[in-house]
Structure formats: structure tokens, C-alpha cells
Design a protein. Structure first.
Length: 159
């Protein structure tokens, strides 16, 4: 019979995952994608559509993550906690081991959240060019993998 995971471990895994999500998002989207001073490839008018550039830089109110990022940072940490609860629920049916479980969790988050987001918003609403969507999907995959490995590592540590 499997032992019940303490809720404190789930919350710690989620906090660690949420912090990881924030840090990797900062390194990918902010540093590479948008650039520290707004000069990144995702805002380059020679490759990006004007609609998306306007949303991020001109249309008021600007996204919270630009002007008041604290609620977004906190929200992403809460998503990490939610992901940890999903992991706790599903991992017992997955093969044993950090890597096997982390890859499954990363795929789950990527396909059910990030891939849907890219399809519905940048592709559908903003008409973003496919090469940039591809780059963003690489960023999202990196984020999903990093978060999933951190969550799995916390859960599987000293099992």
C-alpha cells in the first residue's frame, strides 16, 4: 500500500516548482524573447506582427507582468502548487523514478496548458508568425520540463 504524501511536502514541491517556473520564464521570455530593454526577437517589428507588439508595448493598460508583475509572479507560484497536487494525484500510476515521472508531468503541463495557449492566443488572436510561435513553444517546453523536474525531485527525494 502506498503511503500518503504529507500536504506540506506537496506545498513545498509546488512552491519550488512555481519559483522554478518564474525563474525559467524570466530567463526565456524576458531575457531572450523580449530583451531587458524591450529589444528582443519577440518584439522585433521585422519579424513580429504589429498587433502583438502593440499589446505588449502600447495598448493601455499594459499587461500586468510588464507594469505590476507581483500578482503574476504569485499566480505562477500558485499554479506550481496546483501542478504539485496534480503530480501527487497522478504520479502513483506512472512508472517509478524522478525522470520517468517528470517527463510525464512536463508533457501533461505542456500539452494541456502551454500548447493550448500558443494555439489559442498568439496564433489565433494575434496572428503571430509561426517561427516565433515555434520559439515560444521551445521556451514553454523548457519551462514545463524545469518545473516538472523540480516537482518530481521534491516528491521522489528520499523515497
Amino acid at each position: 500500500m502506498a503511503t500518503k504524501t504529507p500536504i506540506s511536502k506537496t506545498i513545498v514541491a509546488g512552491l519550488a516548482g512555481g519559483i522554478t517556473l518564474n525563474v525559467v520564464m524570466l530567463l526565456t521570455f524576458r531575457l531572450i524573447g523580449f530583451g531587458w530593454n524591450g529589444g528582443g526577437i519577440l518584439l522585433d517589428p521585422s519579424v513580429q506582427g504589429p498587433k502583438l507588439i502593440a499589446v505588449w508595448t502600447k495598448l493601455e493598460p499594459l499587461p500586468l507582468v510588464v507594469n505590476a508583475p507581483a500578482p503574476i509572479i504569485l499566480g505562477l507560484i500558485l499554479f506550481g502548487i496546483g501542478h504539485a497536487f496534480v503530480y501527487q494525484w497522478l504520479a502513483p500510476s506512472w512508472p517509478e523514478g524522478t525522470k520517468a515521472r517528470a517527463w510525464r508531468m512536463a508533457a501533461l503541463v505542456f500539452f494541456l496548458s502551454f500548447l493550448f495557449w500558443e494555439f489559442f492566443t498568439p496564433f489565433n488572436q494575434f496572428g503571430e508568425p509561426l517561427p516565433l510561435i515555434g520559439l515560444e513553444l521551445i521556451f514553454w517546453a523548457t519551462i514545463a520540463i524545469a518545473e516538472a523536474f523540480v516537482i518530481a525531485a521534491v516528491f521522489e527525494w528520499r523515497k
